[in-house]
Design a protein. Structure first.
Ligand SMILES: [Zn+2]
Length: 173
């Protein structure tokens, strides 16, 4: 059975998730549950608190609509570096249906994490991947994109591709 996605203002979305440490069967099962719920919701990312699990895990597959699925599971992710340049982009969230908000995010992020086999990983992500990762990292700390709504005097923040973890087609494109 697919786990239901918790919706704002569910208090679990405001909790800080706990480190996983050793990747055991339970962590692997949670990764599988997250992927199933993400694909079912046609999202591109999903963090454990969004299914009510307070573990520092999120999954991402930003391009599954354009090709074969390429899911990545991030366990105990840590930001090593962010680009000094930020850009304004439109974000939607599976936990906040129907809202698209402009958010400033660094254009790139370097991340260390543990994969679902317990191996350490490190990589740099840009563009839509970086934005999705920063959105999901926020979920692990109880922060939502609606907390980061940009001052947008130029009125151009909602332009471009909609990112975050909800399906792009859900927004006003
Ligand atoms: Zn979200």
């Amino acid at each position: 059975m697919t786990l239901p996605i918790r919706l704002y203002p569910d208090p679990v979305l405001r909790q800080v998730a706990r480190p996983v440490g050793t990747v055991d069967e339970r962590a692997r099962a949670l990764v599988e549950d997250l992927l199933q719920a993400m694909y079912q919701a046609e999202g591109r990312g999903l963090a454990a608190p969004q299914v009510g699990a307070l573990s520092r895990i999120f999954v991402m597959d930003t391009r599954w609509k354009e090709g074969p699925p390429r899911p990545i599971a991030f366990i105990d992710p840590e930001v090593l570096d962010v680009a000094p340049v930020s850009e304004l982009g439109a974000e939607a969230c599976l936990s906040i249906p129907g809202r698209v908000v402009p958010v400033w995010r660094p254009v790139a992020v370097t991340l260390a994490w543990t994969d679902q086999r317990g191996r350490p990983q490190k990589a740099r992500f840009e563009g839509i991947d970086a934005r999705c990762i920063l959105h999901e990292l926020d979920h692990l700390d109880g922060i939502l994109c609606i907390d980061r709504v940009a001052e947008d005097p130029a009125g151009e923040g909602a332009g471009g591709e909609i990112s975050g973890d909800a399906p792009g087609a859900a927004g006003p494109q």
